[in-house]
Every structure is written in structure tokens, then in C-alpha cells.
Design a binder for this molecule. Structure first.
Ligand code: PGA
Length: 251
């Protein structure tokens, strides 16, 4: 069956020293408690190696926040999936709405990134979600289905089974405005039915679908109690150990 996962997305926050200290704190907190989910932190590229050195990979997974859409070569400033894997990281966030919005990522580039992540043994945490206008004009179900289809439905069923999805309504990211647990559940069930239509019910049932967007200790339990919500992708609240652990312990 599918896994419950709480993943932190640190975005462009913390110096290396601050990030290492935070990772250590989370690692220690996890060692001292029994959790009912897998826990992952996705950190800036500069932090991957030093963080990998201080965490126990049996209790805390490590990921990057993006990877290049090429294998290697003359792409100044880019970081490849194989470089990420060589740090010991096991995950990579792909298609975050901030990357789609500010850096022009399209389904086409994302298909390349997903393929390279999988080829290098990384688990993609593939983000999808509608903007406020699409929520208000009632096109959100179609928009999100299209993001899943265009970004991922070129994969074999076996490869699709390696993907973690994160539904993040853009209007809820960093705004303090969380989707209600009902809105999240409706969308997650919709996404699962879209997956079932392509790959069958078993693959759909085995896919972890995380919710992201102003998830915090005070609302995590209600969200995670929904049958199709399999955890969270956590931005702001992942930057404080107590808040992040509050969400982890909501399971
Ligand atoms: P937030 O970010 O929790 O700060 O809203 C979530 C995300 O963008 O992954």
C-alpha cells in the first residue's frame, strides 16, 4: 500500500550552517519519537552534502528542490539528477508552482526532468495545482488532470509507481490560506481517479498524494485524516523543528 510522507520544502532559506543545525535538530527529534510516516527534507543544492553528513538516512530522507533537464554538459549553473544522487539524496521536488511560474517550467521540460530523476534512482515529488482564477472559474479539476497527464502519462506503469504527487493549490502556498480538508480530499480523489483511468486502480491506490499549501500543526491532523491525503509538502512550517514535528506527529 501507499506510504504516508511528510516532506519539508525549505525553498531558498537558511545558510549552510543554519540548515545543518535545523537538519540535526529534526534528525534528533525523529530519533526520539515513533512516527507513522516517512519524513523527508528537501533542501537547497548547497546544503545537500553537509546535511547528508549529519542525518541518519534510516529516520530522515533527503531531497533536492529541482534538477536539470539535461544529463550533463555545457549548462552553466545547472545541477543534474546524477549530481544530486551522488550526494546521497533520494528525492527531488519537480514542477513546483514557483518553478513553473517564475522559471517557465513546462510539462515538456518536466518530462525530461522526471526521466532523469528516475534514471538516477531519485524519487520525484511531482507538484501540481491550480491558481486562484482556475479555482474561482471552476476549471481546477481539468487543470490539475492536465498537469498530471502532460507531465507523467508518458511513463510506464512501473515508472509511474515510483512517483510521489503533491497537490498544492497555488492560492494556498505561503498565503496562510489552506484548502479545507474537504477541498483537498475532493481533489486528491479526483487525481486518483485520473491515475486509475490510465494505469488501473491498483497503481492509483499505491500512489502517495501529498497536500501542500499553508499546512501547519493546527490543520495537519484534519487534512491527513482524509482517506486520499497521504501526507504533506511543507514550506514555511518546515523551517522550525517544532512546527515540522507537530505536522509529522499529526499522523
Ligand atoms: P507553504 O509552502 O507550506 O509555505 O505554503 C508549501 C510549498 O510551496 O511546498
Amino acid at each position: 500500500m501507499r506510504k504516508n510522507i511528510v516532506a519539508g520544502n525549505w525553498k531558498m532559506n537558511t545558510t549552510v550552517a543554519e540548515g545543518v543545525a535545523l537538519a540535526k535538530e529534526v534528525n534528533e527529534a525523529l530519533k526520539g519519537s515513533k512516527t507513522n510516516c516517512d519524513v523527508v527534507i528537501c533542501v537547497p543544492f548547497t546544503h545537500l552534502c553537509p546535511v547528508a553528513d549529519v542525518i541518519d538516512s534510516n529516520v530522515l530522507g533527503l531531497g533536492a528542490e529541482n534538477c536539470a533537464d539535461h544529463e550533463k554538459g555545457a549548462y552553466t549553473g545547472e545541477v543534474s539528477a546524477s549530481m544530486i544522487a551522488s550526494t546521497g539524496a533520494g528525492y527531488v521536488i519537480l514542477g513546483h508552482s514557483e518553478r513553473r511560474q517564475y522559471y517557465g517550467e513546462t510539462s515538456e521540460t518536466l518530462r525530461e526532468k522526471v526521466a532523469l530523476a528516475l534514471a538516477n534512482g531519485l524519487t520525484p515529488i511531482f507538484c501540481i495545482g491550480e491558481v486562484l482564477e482556475e479555482r474561482e472559474n471552476d476549471t481546477f479539476n481539468d487543470v490539475v488532470a492536465r498537469q498530471v497527464e502532460e507531465g507523467l502519462f508518458n511513463l510506464s506503469a512501473e515508472d509511474f509507481g515510483k512517483i510521489v504527487l503533491a497537490y498544492e493549490p497555488v492560492w494556498a502556498i505561503g498565503t496562510g490560506k489552506t484548502a479545507t480538508a474537504e477541498q483537498a480530499e475532493d481533489m486528491h480523489a479526483h487525481i486518483r481517479s485520473v491515475i486509475a483511468g490510465k494505469y488501473g486502480q491498483e497503481v492509483a491506490d499505491n500512489t502517495s498524494i501529498l497536500y501542500g499549501g499553508s499546512c501547519k500543526p493546527s490543520n495537519a491532523a484534519e487534512l491527513f485524516a482524509k482517506p486520499d491525503v497521504d501526507g504533506g509538502l511543507i514550506g514555511g512550517a518546515a523551517l522550525k523543528c517544532a512546527d515540522f514535528m507537530g505536522i509529522v506527529n499529526a499522523f
